[in-house]
Design a protein around this ligand. Structure first.
Ligand code: ATP
Ligand code: MG
Length: 251
């Protein structure tokens, strides 16, 4: 059965896109069929994977083409529904739609069970709250929350939990947090160890091993490569592979 996982944190720059990219690439390398969906108008995923495309999530949400047409084959076992700035048109369309509830169901309805073709579907959320994002929340089964090692990131995490509580009061919105992934971790920094202690206290079994700060992880996207293609032996690749194993071990 397919698992549909959203990668979300309302704080910007916590490693959401990097996590979708490398978790997706790692799962695909392990023989799982993976679809990544970019819900962010920044549209980084297509660039990170170095793929060209004609149709994007905008066309899918605006019902302009068949949903399958918007899927780009990026690597063996790894497909992508890309996004770009045109996603703002889809956001406007969702806002203008008379039935707010129906608007939030747009992604779910347009996907129409297509997730069944994959073992994992990973959604890269934008940091801001939007109707496109809410339609993503209706589609995902569980959330992965990357948290960087700062106090402000902890605040962002609290906000995610609050958003989930608010949205969780509506039918169809019950999205549990599956994993908290510490990112940009530097073991030698006392602050980082302190933030890890707080996360361990609050999330215990939901806490994944940290992803270390590693310049190679930041460099890989500019070559259109995952960390496993760019620097397979670096610390970041080891950490992301450990995350892949954790996700695989959970089913
Ligand atoms: N482990 C890491 N080590 C070093 N740099 C990293 C690491 N993870 C991510 N980065 C870099 O940090 C920046 C922010 O990461 P990323 O784009 O994944 O965050 P994001 O949460 O998706 O941001 P946004 O909220 O804008 O969508 C990027 O330049 C990325 O390459
Ligand atoms: Mg991002």
């Amino acid at each position: 059965m397919s698992r549909v996982l959203g990668v979300l944190n309302h704080k910007g720059g916590t490693g959401k896109t990097t996590t979708v990219l490398n978790l997706g690439a790692g799962l695909a390398m392990r023989g799982k069929r993976v679809l990544c969906i970019d819900l962010d108008a920044q549209g980084a995923l297509a660039t990170c994977l170095g793929v060209d495309y004609t149709y994007s999530l905008t066309h899918l949400l605006l019902k302009q083409v068949r949903p399958q047409t918007c899927i780009v084959h990026a690597r063996e076992n790894l497909d992508l529904i890309p996004s770009d700035r045109s996603l703002l048109e889809a956001e406007g369309d969702l806002w203008r739609s008379e039935d707010n509830w129906q608007a939030r169901r747009r992604l779910l309805e347009r996907m129409d069970g297509m997730e069944a073709n994959y073992d994992y579907v990973l959604l890269d959320f934008s940091p801001s709250v939007s109707l496109v994002g809410e339609s993503g929340l209706m589609f995902v089964q569980q959330l992965i929350v990357p948290v960087e090692m700062t106090y402000m990131a902890l605040v962002g995490t609290r906000q995610v939990i609050r958003t989930l509580r608010t949205t969780g009061q509506l039918p169809g919105y019950n999205v549990p947090i599956y994993l908290i992934v510490p990112t940009f971790y530097r073991r030698r920094q006392r602050k980082d160890r302190e933030v890890m202690d707080v996360l361990t206290k609050y999330f215990s079994d939901k806490l994944a091993d940290p992803i270390r700060a590693d310049v190679r992880v930041a460099e890989a996207p500019s070559y259109g490569k995952s960390i496993f293609e760019y620097a397979p032996r670096c610390a970041g690749a080891k950490d992301y592979m450990r995350l892949v194993e954790r996700v695989l071990s959970d089913g």
